[in-house]
Unconditional design. Structure first.
Length: 362
C-alpha cells in the first residue's frame, strides 16, 4: 500500500455458491460422482441402522419407565409390609440396618444345628425321662435366676449332644448338668460356679465328672454352640405385630411348654416362635396373621397349623391334668407374668379344635 491506494494483486477466484464447497473444491450437487454412487448402499444401510437404534432407544426408555413405575409400586407395598425401624435407626445399639442379615444368619444356624425327630430311639433314654430332666433343669434355672436364653440353650445343647453321642441312663442327669453349665457360661455375664452345680445335684457328681462331661459335649459339638432360641425370633415378630405385654407373655408360655414336648424337638426355633404368636392372636382374638408378619417371620398361617396343633395339645393336657409336668404352668400363673397360664381364653374352642387331632391318640 502506497499513497493510500490499494495495490491490485492477481485476480481472485470467485467464491463458490454456498452448499457446493468441499475442502475448497467445487463439487456439482446435481451430478454425484462414481465414488458417491458406490457408497450410496452403505450410507443407506447406516441410515437404516441409525433409525433402528433410535427406535430401540425409545423402546428401552419405555421399558425403563415401566420398570421404575413397578419398582415404585412395589416399594409402596413393602412400606406396608416391612417393619418400620425409625426409632431403632436412631439407636446405634439396635443395629437396625443389619436386622435382615442377622435374622437370615440365625435361620441358617437353626438349620445347621437342627435336631432330628425321635433321636432317642434305640437308646436307654425315654421320652418320659427327658421331660423329667428338663423340668429339673428348669427348677435349677429358676433357683439360680438365670436368663431365659440360658434355659433354651441348655436344652438345645443336651438334645444336640445326645443325638450324636448316646449315653447310659446313669449319666443322663450328668449331661443335663453339664449342658446347663456350658449354657450359663455362654449366655450369662455372671454364671454360677462349678461348686454350685455340684451342690445342686446333692453331690451326686463331682467337679471332675462335670468338667469331663463338659469337655466331651464341647468336643462332640465342635465348640459350635450358636443355635438361636425361639425367643430371638419371637421378639422381632412381636415388634412387627405391635404385640402388647399380654400377647408376648402368652406366646412365651406356649413356647416354654414345647421344651417338654419330645414330639416337637425337630421343629426349628423360628417356626415355633411364629406359631406361638399366631396361636396367641387366635386365642386372644387379635388381628389375623397378615402380610407384614408373614414377611417378618417367613411363614404363612397355613404352614404354622401343624405346630399350633402341638401347642394347643400341650395347653389342653396341662389344663386337664393329663400330665404331671406342671412347673411351667405354675411359673406363668404368677402375677409377675400376668397369670397368663390361667386365663380363661386357654380353654376356648379355638384351642380345643386345634388340639383335637393329637388328643385322639392320648
Amino acid at each position: 500500500m502506497a499513497g493510500g491506494r490499494i495495490k491490485k494483486t492477481k485476480a481472485t477466484r470467485n467464491r463458490a455458491p454456498l452448499g457446493e464447497l468441499c475442502n475448497g473444491t467445487m463439487v456439482p450437487v446435481s451430478k454425484p460422482t462414481k465414488h458417491y454412487k458406490a457408497l450410496e448402499p452403505v450410507i443407506r444401510i447406516k441410515q437404516e441402522a441409525t433409525e433402528q437404534e433410535c427406535t430401540a432407544e425409545v423402546q428401552l426408555k419405555d421399558i425403563i419407565m415401566k420398570e421404575e413405575a413397578l419398582c415404585q409400586a412395589f416399594s409402596e407395598v413393602l412400606n406396608d409390609v416391612e417393619p418400620h425401624n425409625d426409632e431403632d435407626a436412631k439407636n446405634p445399639y439396635m443395629c437396625s440396618e443389619y436386622a435382615e442379615d442377622i435374622y437370615a444368619h440365625l435361620k441358617e444356624l437353626e438349620i445347621k444345628h437342627s435336631v432330628h425327630p425321635n433321636y432317642l430311639q434305640g437308646t436307654e433314654i425315654t421320652e418320659h425321662m427327658r421331660a423329667i430332666l428338663i423340668e429339673w433343669i428348669m427348677q435349677v434355672h429358676f433357683k439360680f435366676h438365670l436368663l431365659p436364653e440360658t434355659l433354651y440353650m441348655a436344652v438345645a445343647i443336651m438334645d444336640r449332644f445326645l443325638q450324636v453321642h448316646p449315653v447310659l441312663r446313669k449319666e443322663y442327669q450328668l449331661v443335663g448338668v453339664a449342658s446347663l453349665f456350658v449354657a450359663s457360661k455362654y449366655e450369662e455375664m455372671f454364671f454360677p460356679e462349678l461348686a454350685d452345680f455340684v451342690y445342686i445335684t446333692d453331690k451326686t457328681y463331682s467337679k471332675a465328672q462335670i468338667q469331663q462331661m463338659e469337655m466331651t459335649i464341647l468336643c462332640k459339638l465342635k465348640f459350635d454352640l450358636g443355635k438361636p432360641s425361639p425367643l430371638h425370633f419371637l421378639r422381632r415378630a412381636s415388634k412387627c405385630s405391635n404385640a402388647d405385654i399380654i400377647q408376648h407373655t402368652l406366646a412365651k408360655y406356649l413356647i416354654e411348654l414345647t421344651l417338654l414336648d419330645y414330639a416337637m424337638v425337630h421343629y426349628q426355633p423360628s417356626i415355633i416362635a411364629a406359631a406361638a404368636l399366631c396361636l396367641t392372636q387366635k386365642i386372644l382374638s387379635c388381628k389375623a396373621w397378615g402380610q407384614r408378619l408373614q414377611y417378618c417371620t417367613g411363614y404363612t398361617e397355613d404352614s404354622l397349623v401343624p405346630v399350633m396343633q402341638h401347642m394347643a395339645k400341650n395347653v389342653v393336657r396341662i389344663n386337664n391334668n393329663m400330665t404331671k409336668f406342671a412347673l411351667v404352668k405354675n411359673k406363668y400363673s404368677s402375677r409377675k407374668l400376668h397369670q397368663i397360664s390361667i386365663i380363661p381364653h386357654l380353654g376356648s374352642d379355638v384351642v380345643l379344635s386345634l388340639a383335637a387331632n393329637h388328643l385322639k391318640d392320648l
